[in-house]
Every structure is written in structure tokens, then in C-alpha cells.
Design a binder for this molecule. Structure first.
Ligand SMILES: Cc1ncc(COP(=O)(O)O)c(C=O)c1O
Length: 370
């Protein structure tokens, strides 16, 4: 039987290097609460990502929840149904009503032309997701937010290292939130971060991730425990050395898929964005059943049977989850593009360990319809 090809595999630090860091941690006996590895990783990520203020978190979800809190959001937040469920759950946890608008067909990001009509006096923010690392239309979103005096958060879980016109995408909006989950281009097993624009915002975020503690006797705000521990920070510091090479391998896979599938009827993919430096985190393709001669789900099952474990990110839509399906904005007629994309998408394997033969195997399978 063919070897299993997963959609992704974690970028692991070489074990010997990690053992060296573990020995240091054992010596220091500091495993949590901002030891040297935590601080070094924050600094290294700021440099690597070309951002001024980055605060590490224990995962992306707690970071998103803290970002909502830091901006004092309430009422309604306008967002996309085409994402991982955490993007919306964090609003619900804050007692905020998600208001869903459709995505634009080229990049699957929130459609800025749908945002303004969804704004009410209760709207406090727009939450865009740079899905698959594709940049939201940050210029239009910024203009709308300024006009209506509302905040902007970007769920940048997929946007590690993505740049737009030579600048980090992570500095768009009021706050950007990253995930360093094992499935991401850069990972710390579980982890995340908030990128903020200035020292004052960063200070508030740092309070929020540490119970609001100022010092031994003072608690200045109602924070949570969002801190990253030393073991994962040490793991991340090593991974960071290898991430550029992992992104190059991903790029090779993406280029091979693009050129081999370009002429295949019924298969389309997302075009590269002008001025955007990608991280090649995902390679989604979209299956038009009539033209391809097979439904997305039949193809998905056939690929699984031959040990090619693709994933249908992002299906089902968040608005099809019982928690959200009764929201007035969740109606399928309100979200035709998102519904279509969710019914057609398959993400192909893309990661740093794929060989040329692996990539060829995926291409052959897609071309022969399973
Ligand atoms: C778009 C998106 N948002 C949020 C999250 C949540 O991040 P975490 O798993 O680090 O909590 C993820 C993935 O894990 C994600 O893909």
C-alpha cells in the first residue's frame, strides 16, 4: 500500500537540538512564567516577522479571546463564515453576536463590499480572516472601519510570514492574531500570538495574558492565563531556524500543483495575490462537479482510499454549525459564494516533507479522478 500522505505534518525541531534546550530548562528550573526562552522567542519572532510588538500566547484561541477583550468589543462583530470554527466561537464566548457576510470568490476572504450594509449601531468591529494566508482587502476594510469608527481584528492564524507590498500583513488592522498550532507553517505544538501596533496596546495585552497581574500585590485588570511555557518556546526557537527552508519546500509543491493541474477541466485554484509574499501554508483546489465529472466528496473518498489524506478546509461552513445556523445573517441565500466554495474545496497535501514522487502521486490521482 502507498505511504500515507497527510495534508500537513508538523515542522519538528531536530530532537538533539531540542534536548539541548531541555537540558538548559532543567538546569534553570524555570518552566513557565516568562523564562529566557519565552522572551527570546518573542524577540526572534518580532525580528523574523518584521513587526514591532508581538506577545506570545498559549494558543491562537485564547489570543483571539484576549484581542476581543483588549479592544473592548461588544454587541455585534461582522465576520466571515468561511474559516475554522474558533474564529466565531471566540465572539460567542464574549457574548458578541457574529454577523456573517459573504466572501469574495477570488481569495475566499471576507467581501468588503458586503460589510457596510451589515453595520448597525451595535457593530463594534470587523473580524477578517486571512484565510489560507490570503490577504483580506485590508485597504477597503480600513476605510470602512475608519468611516464608522469601529475596530478591526485580523485572524492571521494562517498568515505567518505573509507580507504585502514588502510589509508584514500582521501589522494591518488594530490587532492581528496568530496560531502556532502543529498544523501551521510555524508551530510550537500549541501556541499563538497577538501582534499590536504600539507599546501601550502591547502592555494591555500582556496584562490580559497574565491574569491582569501588575506585581506581587496589584491586579490591574481581569486577565486570563494565556502564557506560553518555556518548553514550547524553546521548541519554537529551534523551529524558527528551519521555517524558511520549510516554506521553500512548500513553494515547490504549490508550483508543481499549479502547473500540473492548470489545464484540468473542473479544477480551479486560488490565484496568487499581487504584491503578496505567500507562505504556501495551504493548497486548496475547487471541484466543479459537472465539469470534472465527479463530486468533491467522491474525489475526497477516493483519495483517502489511496492514502492521500486531503482535508475539506473549510467545510462545513461555520454558519452550518447548530450554534450559528439560526443567526439571521447565516442564511445560505445571504452567503452564496461561501456556500459554493465550501461545497467544492479540497486542500491538497502541502508540507516540508513531501518528495517530488509524493507530489506526482497527488497530481496523478487528481488527474485520473481518484
Ligand atoms: C483560522 C483559524 N483561526 C483560529 C485558529 C485557532 O488557533 P489555535 O488552534 O492555536 O487555538 C485556527 C487553528 O487552529 C485557525 O485555523
Amino acid at each position: 500500500m502507498n505511504r500515507i500522505l497527510k495534508v500537513t505534518t508538523p515542522l519538528l525541531p531536530p530532537l538533539e537540538e531540542f534536548q539541548g534546550s531541555l537540558s538548559q530548562i532543567w538546569k534553570d528550573k524555570q518552566v513557565a512564567n516568562y523564562g529566557q526562552f519565552h522572551d527570546k522567542l518573542e524577540e526572534a519572532l518580532q525580528k523574523f516577522l518584521k513587526v514591532k510588538e508581538l506577545s506570545l500566547f498559549t494558543n491562537g484561541t485564547i489570543a483571539l479571546m484576549s484581542a476581543v477583550r483588549a479592544l473592548g468589543l461588544s454587541g455585534e462583530v461582522i465576520t466571515t463564515p468561511y474559516s475554522f470554527i474558533a474564529s466565531t466561537h471566540i465572539l460567542k464566548w464574549a457574548g458578541i453576536t457574529p454577523v456573517f457576510v459573504d466572501i469574495e470568490p477570488r481569495f475566499c476572504t471576507i467581501d468588503p463590499d458586503m460589510i457596510e450594509q451589515a453595520i448597525t449601531e451595535k457593530t463594534s468591529a470587523i473580524l477578517g480572516v486571512h484565510i489560507y494566508g490570503n490577504s483580506c482587502n485590508t485597504e477597503k476594510i480600513d476605510t470602512i472601519a475608519k468611516k464608522h469608527g469601529i475596530k478591526v481584528i485580523y485572524d492571521a492564524a494562517h498568515a505567518f510570514g505573509v507580507e504585502k507590498n514588502g510589509k508584514s500583513l500582521l501589522e494591518e488592522g488594530d490587532l492581528s492574531v496568530m496560531s502556532f498550532h502543529a498544523t501551521k507553517v510555524f508551530n510550537t505544538a500549541e501556541g499563538g500570538a497577538i501582534v499590536s501596533k504600539d507599546g501601550e496596546a502591547r502592555k494591555q495585552i500582556d496584562y490580559l495574558k497574565n491574569f491582569g497581574i501588575e506585581n506581587e500585590t496589584e491586579v490591574v485588570t481581569c486577565g486570563i492565563n494565556g502564557k506560553m511555557d518555556e518548553l514550547r518556546a524553546a521548541y519554537g526557537l529551534i523551529c524558527l531556524k528551519y521555517v524558511e527552508s520549510a516554506i521553500s519546500s512548500r513553494k515547490k509543491a504549490a508550483e508543481a500543483y499549479r502547473s500540473a493541474l492548470a489545464d484540468l477541466k473542473g479544477v480551479s485554484f486560488i490565484s496568487e495575490q499581487e504584491g503578496v509574499k505567500s507562505n504556501y501554508g495551504y493548497f486548496p483546489i475547487f471541484i466543479d462537479c459537472d465539469e470534472y465529472g465527479m463530486s468533491r466528496d467522491v474525489l475526497y473518498s477516493r483519495l483517502r482510499e489511496s492514502n492521500i489524506l486531503c482535508r475539506r478546509y473549510f467545510y462545513p461552513l461555520i454558519t452550518d454549525c447548530p450554534e450559528y445556523m439560526n443567526e439571521p445573517s447565516a442564511k445560505a441565500t445571504n452567503l452564496p459564494v461561501a456556500n459554493k466554495k465550501a461545497s467544492q474545496v479540497i486542500c491538497l497535501p502541502i508540507h516540508h516533507e513531501l518528495s517530488a514522487e509524493d507530489i506526482e502521486r497527488v497530481i496523478v490521482a487528481i488527474r485520473k479522478r481518484g
